[in-house]
Design a protein around this ligand. Structure first.
Ligand SMILES: Cc1ncc(COP(=O)(O)O)c(C=O)c1O
Length: 402
């Protein structure tokens, strides 16, 4: 048998399967309540409506909907999408363009492919979305973290860091941020800090990558304006997705931003997958027009708010003395910090054994600190599972503390 290692390209040498992912796989099919995933609740999928739309689209527009499409996406769908975004307070300026992608994960990948050279510098929130860190690592980008607190990324710390990096001759190119209902913490960037971030981008000539998969799910407050809408200089590339507002199985997302950048992303995408699913684009277009996306958002918002409340209530009842946690205004996650120095990664196998799983927070940190933290997902488990799961978790942690 050939030695396959010898054939692998250098760029994949740093890719490794995640131990945690392997452990979480063990929970499938067992009596383990998992707070580990990040899936939407399938009851939010409007199955009847989507089935009818899929049938209509194939029978009525099948010649186009089943055909190849332009790399940037089906023109009429891109126009519908722009209208949808404008109606939800996302500014689309005359210099902007939109590219349809295979989930927003692909938008992140294409933007990285387009903008990040080896040793270029990107600033991220700490903790941040794990799959973004992996993409940046793949492109050998230098990733510099800035802490978040309950109001999102600390822009005063960011300002200090930008100045000190500049004095060392390091030019930062990009800031990657999930300003609303962040993954993994659930926190939302305050309006003041949004303004500050936009100012810093202008002063230091940066681009902002705004990832907004959860912005449609703020619970009791209106979501703050996206950075995209506050930017007057064309410095924001805005990523969105249908994964949570329709269903992830369509694998449909987008990047909206300066047309010069979108054009290069288009060239990059040609080599990746030619274009995203034409059928998904036609279905999403009809789903927007027939109000199915709006209805999904409304249904999901209520459901996720109720589940968040159950999780926060259980945490208060059972974990008050053991941990502190974020109080998300929206999104899918609560982030928990244990008061004692218990390594949540080491604890995970035992937790799974005792019927509950989570993601150890360390995975979301650039330098892998945060060893006493964990991410808890409330969008997918049922209310009963949330109650039982948090009680199980509390008792495991209490046993360690005693
Ligand atoms: C912050 C963030 N960005 C991007 C994605 C990618 O989602 P998708 O590719 O399904 O659009 C996710 C998925 O959970 C996410 O949490």
């Amino acid at each position: 048998m050939p030695v396959y290692e010898k054939f692998l390209a250098g760029r994949v040498s740093r890719l490794a399967a995640s131990e945690v992912r392997e452990l979480l796989k063990l929970t499938e099919g067992k009596d383990v309540i998992s707070f580990g995933g990040g899936l939407p609740d399938p009851s939010t999928f409007m199955k009847e409506e989507l089935a009818e739309i899929a049938r209509d689209v194939i029978l009525r527009f099948g010649d186009k909907a089943l055909q190849y499409a332009p790399t940037k996406g089906v023109l009429v769908f891109r126009e519908t999408l722009k209208g949808f975004l404008k109606a939800r307070d996302v500014k689309v300026s005359g210099d902007d363009d939109v590219i349809v992608t295979t989930g927003s994960q692909e938008a992140l990948y294409l933007a990285s492919l387009t903008l990040m050279g080896a040793r270029d510098v990107v600033i991220v929130e700490e903790p941040t979305y794990l799959a973004a860190l992996n993409v940046f690592k793949f492109f050998k980008t230098r990733v510099i973290p800035v802490d978040v607190d309950d109001n999102g990324i600390k822009t005063d710390v960011l300002e200090g860091k930008l100045k000190s990096l500049k004095s060392e001759g390091v030019n930062v190119k990009l800031v990657y941020t999930i300003p609303t209902a962040q993954n993994p913490t659930g926190v939302t960037l305050s309006f003041e800090r949004r303004k500050h971030l936009i100012e810093l981008a202008s002063q230091h000539d940066l681009l902002l990558l705004e990832d907004d998969p959860y912005g449609y799910f703020t619970f009791e407050v209106e979501r703050p304006p996206p950075l995209k809408s506050m930017d007057s200089e064309g410095r924001v590339l805005y990523f969105g997705t249908f994964s949570k507002i329709m269903a992830p199985g369509f694998r449909l997302g987008w990047a909206l931003g300066p047309s010069r950048l979108i054009d290069v992303m288009e060239l990059a995408k040609q080599g990746v997958d030619l274009h995203s699913s034409t059928l998904s684009q036609y279905i999403a277009m009809e789903a927007i027009k027939r109000g199915v996306v709006d209805a999904t958002i409304e249904k999901a918002r209520h459901l996720y708010k109720a589940k968040r409340d159950i999780m926060l209530g259980e945490l208060e009842d059972h974990m008050e003395d053991l941990a502190a946690w974020t109080k998300p205004l929206g999104g899918f996650f609560v982030f928990l910090t244990l008061k004692r120095a218990i390594d949540t990664k080491k604890l995970l196998p035992e937790a799974i054994e005792r019927g509950v799983a989570y993601v150890p927070g360390q995975a979301f940190y650039v330098m892998k600190n945060g060893s006493n933290t964990m991410r808890l997902n409330y969008s997918y488990p049922t209310p009963d599972q949330i109650k039982t799961g948090i009680r199980r978790l509390a008792s495991i942690i209490r046993d360690k503390v005693m």
